[in-house]
Design a protein around this ligand. Structure first.
Ligand code: SAM
Ligand code: DTB
Ligand code: SF4
Length: 346
């Protein structure tokens, strides 16, 4: 990307103004938000790379140990056969590229959670390929949440849309986080999903918040969105009041059989820039370098950490696709001098 010098200088000036606002914000309660315009976030994206990394590191170090990484392990408790048409997803029955399986048994889930804990994960996230859970689904999931919580792990679930009764039930069972992604900007959303709208997602997130659980919400980069639309996703997340505690940024995993299988490759540096924009606009959130790590070099992942990512999915499998093996991640953390959150002796 080429920039005129005067544009570049103006971006830097604006970025430093953002920084001053951010610093002033630190003294304020968490719920008091800076409002971010899409244009401001686009300006962040357009900063010279080193300036953007510098800003992101400054914000990151204000709030976090820059060498600690939060480890979440994912388990697909119900795979395939979903009635939604999300264009990126292997589990949609509109373009099924995975087999429709029945829900896992409780003991299989507890066994996987114990193994994740043993491997060093702090949070266990249970994912289901549902538009929304039924009554029967809920009673099985609630039992899973209780049992995983009893292991002393943080719990997270991603089950689709929820009503008020379901958010209350999950909170009572001990669910710490609910993952429900906005996925992309409102303007690009219709290109990817037609079976439920953006407002449905926001309504579920509001219910999760009302029930007193922490929100995990982010999106996918590399689905053909333009820069404004990418900035639009970050603006939506950052302007939630309060913004999500956990923000997964996924790099599209392209899978044969899905409508996005042939999406154009994303420049890895643009992915890194998105992580930095999330860090700068949501200073206290855990920003998760999520799906897509399997296709990333160690160097790109290191840049993501430098940009402020401080959480990863840890374990050989995501939901239906692969993730770097645990040994590779341990080696990477070792090379970078990083350690799991709250475990410096790792
Ligand atoms: N069915 C539930 C829902 O959609 O909320 C939960 C599971 S769904 C698989 C969770 C999230 O995973 C999606 O919102 C999307 O952001 C992410 N995801 C799914 N497939 C992906 C892919 N191929 N590449 C990157 N992220 C993906
Ligand atoms: C999220 O943002 N990413 C995870 C989790 N939340 C549930 C899912 C990634 C799925 C990648 C494709 C797959 O394995 O099916
Ligand atoms: Fe279903 Fe979730 Fe996949 Fe969409 S992302 S098709 S809702 S499993």
């Amino acid at each position: 990307m080429l920039f005129r010098v005067e544009d570049t200088l103006s971006f830097i000036l604006r970025a430093y103004t953002f920084m001053q606002n951010q610093t002033a914000k630190l003294a304020e309660p968490q719920t008091s938000q800076t409002h971010w315009t899409v244009e401001q976030i686009e300006a962040l994206f357009r900063l010279p790379f080193s300036d953007l990394m510098y800003l992101a590191q400054q914000v990151h170090r204000e709030h976090f140990d820059p060498n600690a990484v939060q480890l979440s392990t994912l388990l697909s408790i119900k795979t395939g056969g979903c009635s939604e048409d999300c264009g990126y997803c292997t589990q949609s029955s509109f373009h099924s590229s995975v087999e429709n399986k029945k829900m896992l048994e409780l003991d299989e889930v507890v066994k996987a959670a114990k193994a994740a804990k043993e491997a060093g994960a702090g949070r266990f996230c249970m994912g289901a390929a549902w538009r929304e859970p039924s009554k029967e689904d809920m009673s099985a999931v609630l039992e899973m949440v209780r049992e995983v919580r009893a292991l002393g792990m943080e719990t997270c679930a991603t089950l689709g849309m929820l009503n008020d009764e379901q958010t209350e039930q999950l909170k009572d069972a001990g669910l710490d986080y609910y993952n429900h992604n906005l996925d992309t900007s409102p303007e690009f959303y219709g290109n990817i999903i037609t079976t439920r709208d953006y407002q449905d997602r926001i309504a579920t997130l509001e219910r999760v918040r009302k029930a007193g659980m922490s929100i995990c919400s982010g999106g996918i980069i590399g689905m053909g969105e333009n820069l404004t639309q990418r900035a639009g996703l970050i603006a939506q997340l950052a302007n939630m009041d309060p913004y999500p505690e956990s923000v997964p940024i996924n790099n599209l995993v392209k899978v044969e059989g899905t409508p996005l299988a042939d999406a154009e490759d994303l420049d890895p540096l643009d992915f890194v820039r998105t992580i930095a924009a999330a860090r700068i606009t949501m200073p206290k959130a855990y920003v998760r370098l999520s799906a897509g790590r399997g296709e990333m070099s160690d160097a790109v992942q290191a840049l993501c950490f430098l940009a402020g990512a401080n959480s990863i999915f840890y374990g050989d499998q995501l939901l239906t696709t692969g993730n770097p093996e645990v040994d590779r991640d341990r080696a990477l953390m070792g090379k970078l001098g990083m350690y799991p959150l709250a475990d410096k002796n790792y």
